[in-house]
Design a protein around this ligand. Sequence first.
Ligand code: ZN
Length: 198
Amino acid sequence: MTRAILVVDVQNDFCPGGSLPVDGGDEVASTITDYLSSPAADGYRMVVATMDWHPDTDTDPGFAHFAAEPDFVDTWPAHCVAGSKGAELHPNLSLPDDSIIVRKGQRAAAYSGFEGHDSQGRSLWQVLRDRGINQLDVVGLATDHCVTATAIDGKALGYDVRVLLAATAGIAAETTDRAVARMRDLGIEALDRLPARA
Ligand SMILES: [Zn+2]
C-alpha cells in the first residue's frame, strides 16, 4: 500500500466553541481518532495532519484573509492564529506518534494543505514523495473549503484521491453539496462510509 491519510485542519477554532466553528467538528475529531485506531487504518503508510496557521493581524494588519466584517467567501473571522489555543488540534483528535504536521497560511489564505510545509520546511508534496505515496484519503474540516481544496490539488498533482465524507463536516449544506459534486466531476471518489480497509 502506498496510501496516506490527510487530516485537514481539525483545530479548535473550526470546532464548536471556536471562532469559525463547523457544526459537528468535535464529532469529526472523535470519528477520525476511532478510525485511525481501528484495523482499517493499518493500511496507511503515513498520517499527515494539516493546520491552518495564520499571522496575528495586530502584528500583520495587511493579512487579507481576516476581516472584522467577513463575507465568508474571501474573508473570515480571525481564526487559527499561530500559537493560540484556537490553532491547537482539537482535544478529541489523537494522532499516531509518527504523524507529520504540515502548517499552512502564514502568508496567504492557503485553503489547500498542498500550500503548507512541515517542521523541516518540506512541502506536503515532498513529504508524500519521500514516502512513495500515490494514493490519498482526505478527512477533516471543512468539507466545503479546505478539504475540497486539498483533495482537488492532490488530484491535479496525480494522486488517486478519496474523500471520506463520514469523517468530514462542512460549514453549510449547500456549499458542501456543491463541493462534493465538483470533486466527483474531477474524478475524486467521495465515499459516504468509512472504508473497512484503507
Ligand atoms: Zn484560514
